[in-house]
Design a protein around this ligand. Structure first.
Ligand SMILES: Nc1nc2c(c(=O)[nH]1)N[C@H]1C(S)=C(S)[C@@H](COP(=O)(O)O)O[C@H]1N2
Ligand SMILES: [Mo]
Length: 154
């Protein structure tokens, strides 16, 4: 596994492996307690942010998928409760659950409803980039675009 790259407006950019993620504080043993209906184990984003020391200038978080094809950029205040799911039991999160790494923002409701929505729950997460102002964002904005994306996805 290549790990999770954290870069941009941070003091200590790094790449975190499965074991690195597992040794961070703020673990969630049962993801369904924060994101109903989802299985696996996760670590809170705030533990990752503390590890890299986010710069005060950062305003947005951009999450990018490993194939580089999908990205979402959201304001930092909207991701205070976000988590990175990274395991199922003792192994990595399987691809059918969006693994090996998947971003989740708890309590978002409908797609294409503003800056923070379930579309920002990036699957196959490879990179977290802290930016000044919004970064790359490929989320579908219309219902039509959304339907087209989901047809491609499965
Ligand atoms: N890598 C990647 N992540 C993605 C997408 C995608 O196409 N590629 N689609 C997004 C959208 S639009 C939605 S609504 C959710 C759907 O996640 P689910 O199928 O687990 O409900 O994943 C998001 N994460
Ligand atoms: Mo979506």
């Amino acid at each position: 596994m290549e790990g999770l790259v954290i870069e941009g407006e941070v003091e200590s950019p790094c790449s975190l492996t499965f074991n690195d993620l597992a040794s961070l504080p703020d673990q969630i043993d049962d993801l369904s307690t924060v994101v109903p209906g989802r299985t696996g184990g996760a670590v809170r984003l705030r533990a990752i942010f503390e590890r890299v020391s986010v710069a005060p200038e950062a305003t947005h978080l951009t999450c990018e998928s490993s194939e580089g094809g999908f990205a979402a950029s959201v304001p930092l205040e909207a991701v205070r409760a976000a988590v990175v799911a990274y395991r199922l039991g003792d192994g990595p999160l399987p691809a059918d659950l969006g693994g090996p790494l998947r971003f989740f923002i708890p309590q978002v409701d409908e797609c294409a409803r503003g800056e923070v929505d379930p579309c920002a729950n990036v699957k196959y997460l490879a990179r977290l980039r802290l930016t000044r102002g919004p970064g790359r964002d490929t989320r579908p904005t219309t219902k039509r675009e959304h339907e087209e994306l989901h047809e491609r996805e499965d």
